[in-house]
Design a protein around this ligand. Structure first.
Ligand SMILES: C[S@@+](CC[C@H](N)C(=O)[O-])C[C@H]1O[C@@H](n2cnc3c(N)ncnc32)[C@H](O)[C@@H]1O
Length: 369
């Protein structure tokens, strides 16, 4: 009995692996939209409905990368690597990859723009077995991600690198989702963190608080003194005669002109400098936007799998020029996965966020060299 079931297992494995999936690869969107897509999965198939009402939208069809990535997770990562894992998918489109990961046992949040949720939810409900562990939610890249409650074991995305202006937004979301997020601190968080198990303030902390309190009182006294000086100056000014007052106003005017000129020159210099940097290096454009996300502490347990078709698009080179600055990247090729995939070059980037040095620490390091 045991032997037979082992044989059956082997046979099952052979059947699964020998299925050849040919990629649709049709750029005739009308043809592509008409039919649902059938993805062979284990002894059955997953049916993915495409565009609603036959409208042509880039996100309303299934892209080849999603099919190849689904096969990659099935064959190379497998159930053992996915069961119970907390995963988030970005830009799911019609949802094949999310559905496959859900069927392989993951606990997954499938995200997309709201306008796609109708068709996406339809495909999820039709194919997923455990809807308590498979959620569809809205996520615009670059938006606040705290509602998704990181940490995640995995972040996945297929065919998301195609629009130049979205690259920074995508990188920001990937960084935010693969980081630890400090709890928002209240004025008393530090004190609360140090209370003993009975909720009492330890002796040394009490002493510190007393010292700080004395300092605060001193500061308050200084402020009072400053206010008194200002009041005296005001009174003196009121006692001046007409002529003295005119002179004083003239001096003030000059000082203001000088100040605003100085301010103006500074602004111009800043603008000129920024413009020059942009001209010299287009890449720096969105950099400011990414800095705060890059400084968040990386979560070492989060792995990102991002699939794309290598077709030398501008967005691909922009992405590749930036990604190594923020992530450790390993490239996985996929042609071997299935005979039907041999005609395309779909690659999967396996990424982990890099720990960035805050600017001051970097500066100190430079100085110590
Ligand atoms: C080429 S489709 C890929 C869809 C799906 N992953 C697949 O491979 O079949 C790109 C997806 O990214 C989504 N997308 C593009 N820009 C986005 C943004 N800024 N925020 C959220 N989603 C976005 C689109 O709605 C679309 O579904």
């Amino acid at each position: 009995m045991g032997r037979r079931s082992h044989k059956q297992e082997l046979h099952k494995k052979k059947v699964e692996i020998s299925q050849t999936i040919y990629l649709p690869r049709s750029w005739d969107y009308y043809e592509r939209f008409k039919q649902p897509y059938f993805y062979p999965f284990e002894f059955s198939q997953i049916e993915i409905k495409q565009s609603e009402l036959g409208d042509i939208k880039i996100n309303a069809t299934l892209w080849d990368t999603a099919i190849v990535m689904s096969k990659f997770f099935e064959l190379e990562i497998g159930r053992d690597g996915l069961k119970g894992k907390r995963i988030i998918e970005l830009g799911s489109g019609v949802g094949l990859l999310g559905v496959v990961l859900s069927l392989l046992g993951a606990d997954i949040i499938i995200t997309e723009q709201k306008s796609m949720h109708g068709i996406l939810e339809y495909n999820v409900k039709k194919n997923c077995k455990d809807l308590s562990k498979t959620k569809v939610q809205e996520l615009w890249w670059g938006d606040n991600i705290l509602d998704f409650k990181p940490p995640f074991d995995m972040i996945v995305g297929s065919d998301l690198i195609y629009e130049d202006h979205c690259i920074d937004l995508l990188l920001k979301s990937l960084m935010d989702l693969s980081s630890f997020h400090p709890k928002p601190k209240s004025k008393y968080s530090d004190i609360i963190d140090q209370l003993d198990e009975n909720g009492n303030i330890p002796e040394n902390l009490l002493e510190n608080l007393k010292i700080n309190n004395d300092n605060e009182e001193e500061e308050e006294n200084d402020e009072e003194e400053e206010e008194e000086v200002e009041e005296e100056e005001k009174e003196e000014k009121e006692d001046l005669d007409e002529e003295d007052r005119d002179d004083l106003e003239e001096d003030n005017k000059k000082e203001n002109i000088y100040d605003s000129n100085f301010q103006y020159n500074k602004e111009i210099k800043k603008k000129y400098k920024n413009k020059k940097i942009k001209e010299d290096d287009e890449e720096l454009k969105g950099e400011d936007y990414l800095v705060s996300s890059s400084l968040l502490e990386p979560n070492p347990d989060t792995v990102i799998y991002l699939g794309y078709e290598h077709r030398e698009m501008n967005a691909e080179s922009i992405f590749m020029n930036k990604v190594n600055k923020y992530f450790h990247v390993e490239t996985i090729t996929t042609k071997h996965l299935n005979p039907g995939f041999s005609g395309v070059d779909i690659r999967i980037l396996k990424m982990k966020k890099i720990k960035q040095q805050p600017p001051q620490e970097e500066k100190d390091k430079e100085e110590n060299k």
